[in-house]
Write a protein that binds this ligand. Structure first.
Ligand SMILES: CC(=O)SCCNC(=O)CCNC(=O)[C@H](O)C(C)(C)COP(=O)(O)OP(=O)(O)OC[C@H]1O[C@@H](n2cnc3c(N)ncnc32)[C@H](O)[C@@H]1OP(=O)(O)O
Ligand SMILES: O=C([O-])CC(=O)C(=O)O
Ligand SMILES: [Mg+2]
Length: 288
């Protein structure tokens, strides 16, 4: 199991951040060549990210490169650099439809063959940032065997929807969150919730983390190291949750020995979905 709770953006033109972001231990690091980098710095950023990838300083942290969108003049050069550099995952921003992913997939395969990288080893994450992307999310999530996750990108999405992020339960994001999440689960890939832009607002960030976690997202895209530990702590099962999960598994074993399909633990029904949920808690605790 690859744990993908935190995926931290690092601006591709910031040499300092590129060279030391591993110290913060996100599950995945995302070197950004898109909106965090001005047009004037695109070439410099591409080279900096290539050298960072080649330096192989990220160890077990998954390396992701956010290239520019397929409707820009930058994406092919970005992709050459990222695949040749050894990026584990390419994040495609502003994905609107399956054709864009297919175009990306063909190009990745070509570069892998040219540079001697194992065919299929470069994975894809698509970011959904518009109404069209949300409407097509189910097909997008399932359209490539390289796809490991789909992310909702709230900033661009809300601009496209002609609204703004509110506080509270964020009803403006509900349909997109639910759709992207269903797309991910149906395709058996991971799902990332939106990035939270106010790095000093811990309360607002935690409110979003809890929405994402309760809906069932694997994690969030992050923009600041301070957000990593908060997120990991929220996703780690608590000791009482872990103790309860272990009791559920014990009760299930006893039920099986007695040939019973369903038993109760402290008055609560224990049946296959409850057992599966307990197994997931134990797995998450083991890995976090
Ligand atoms: C809508 C979108 O497209 S979102 C994606 C694009 N945006 C991004 O990539 C932005 C990523 N984040 C950042 O660039 C920064 O966090 C900012 C600009 C928001 C704030 O940066 P700062 O003002 O430097 O933050 P702050 O002073 O709190 O930083 C503390 C330390 O964390 C480091 N840091 C902050 N953010 C990051 C990051 N994303 N990656 C790596 N290191 C970081 C800083 O370099 C600093 O390190 P130091 O103590 O060794 O000097
Ligand atoms: O992809 C992301 O998480 C950030 C982003 O570009 C957006 O929200 O528009
Ligand atoms: Mg965006």
């Amino acid at each position: 199991m690859k744990l993908r709770r935190s995926m931290m953006f690092v601006p591709g033109d910031n040499a300092g951040m590129l060279s030391n972001s591993y110290i913060y231990l996100p599950d995945s690091v995302m070197f950004d060549l898109e909106d965090a980098v001005s047009i004037a710095e695109k070439d410099t950023a591409r080279l900096l990210v290539y050298n960072t990838l080649k330096a192989k300083i990220y160890g077990d942290i998954e390396t992701v490169v956010r290239i520019n969108g397929v409707d820009t003049p930058f994406w092919e050069a970005d992709l050459e650099m990222a695949v040749r550099g050894g990026a584990e995952v390419i994040r495609l921003p502003k994905t609107e439809n399956v054709n864009e992913v297919k175009e990306l997939e063909i190009k990745i395969g070509k570069i892998e063959k040219e540079c001697g990288r194992e065919f299929g080893s470069t994975k894809i994450i698509t970011a959904i940032e518009s109404a069209s992307g949300v409407v097509n999310a189910v097909e997008i999530a399932a359209c490539s065997s390289r796809m490991v996750a789909i992310a909702l990108a709230g900033f661009d999405y809300l601009v496209d929807m002609q609204t703004e992020r509110s506080s509270g339960t964020e009803p403006e994001l509900f349909f997109a969150r639910a759709t992207v999440l269903h797309a991910a689960r149906a395709a058996k890939i991971d799902a990332f919730d939106v990035a939270y832009g106010n790095v000093n607002d811990e309360e607002g960030f935690m409110r979003e983390v809890n929405i994402a976690k309760n809906l069932g997202f694997n994690g969030k895209s992050l923009i600041h190291p301070r957000q990593i530990e908060l997120l990991h702590k929220a996703y780690k099962p608590t000791q009482p949750e872990l103790d309860h999960a272990k009791k559920v598994i014990e009760a299930a074993k006893t039920a099986e020995e007695k040939g019973l399909g369903v038993v109760s633990l402290n008055g609560k029904m224990i049946d296959p979905p409850v057992i599966q949920a307990a197994q997931r808690v134990i797995l998450l605790a083991d890995y976090s």
